[in-house]
Ligand binder design. Structure first.
Ligand SMILES: [Zn+2]
Length: 152
């Protein structure tokens, strides 16, 4: 499959061209194991990312090209914050008030790998507004750009 397929959205996130395939396009990509002849991630990671995204409302999986042509696609979890897509590390957090849910941590350098300068890109997001606990409105214990309920 080619990345210019109409079932694949193209966005720029942190200066990197990133692709968001539809469910149908994902199936074809995973079956082929490649997109634009570039391998899709390593081992079962893309499938695991997809599986998790399927259970968490608002969570999507994106592919980002490495600057080196033959390297596998980077696989990212992304969420919508306002009118922008943000890359996040998905975490589970429990809060003192009893809230138990999913949060997206934007203060992790690993999620910026594949961009031109992971450290600088992370630092740019460091001071972004943090999501509060959806139940009590207080600060969460770990950095969170976004929150979601746990699937029941
Ligand atoms: Zn709380």
């Amino acid at each position: 499959m080619r990345s210019d397929d109409p079932r694949i959205e193209r966005h720029e996130i942190d200066g990197q061209e990133v692709f968001l395939p539809s469910d149908e396009a994902w199936q074809a990509i995973l079956e082929a194991g490649t997109l634009d002849e570039r391998p899709v991630g390593v081992g079962r990671l893309p499938e695991q990312f997809r599986k998790l995204a399927g259970t968490v409302p608002g969570l999507a999986v994106a592919l980002g090209a490495d600057p080196t042509p033959d390297k596998p696609w980077w696989v990212y979890h992304v969420v919508r914050v306002g009118d922008a897509w943000c890359r996040v590390q998905v975490e589970r957090q429990k809060h003192a008030c009893g809230w138990d849910g999913i949060t997206g941590n934007h203060r992790v350098m690993a999620i910026y790998l594949g961009t031109d300068d992971a450290l600088t890109r992370m630092q740019r997001h460091w001071g972004a507004p943090q999501a509060k606990c959806p139940r009590c409105g207080e600060a969460l214990d770990r950095p969170a750009r976004w929150t979601a309920p746990v699937a029941t």
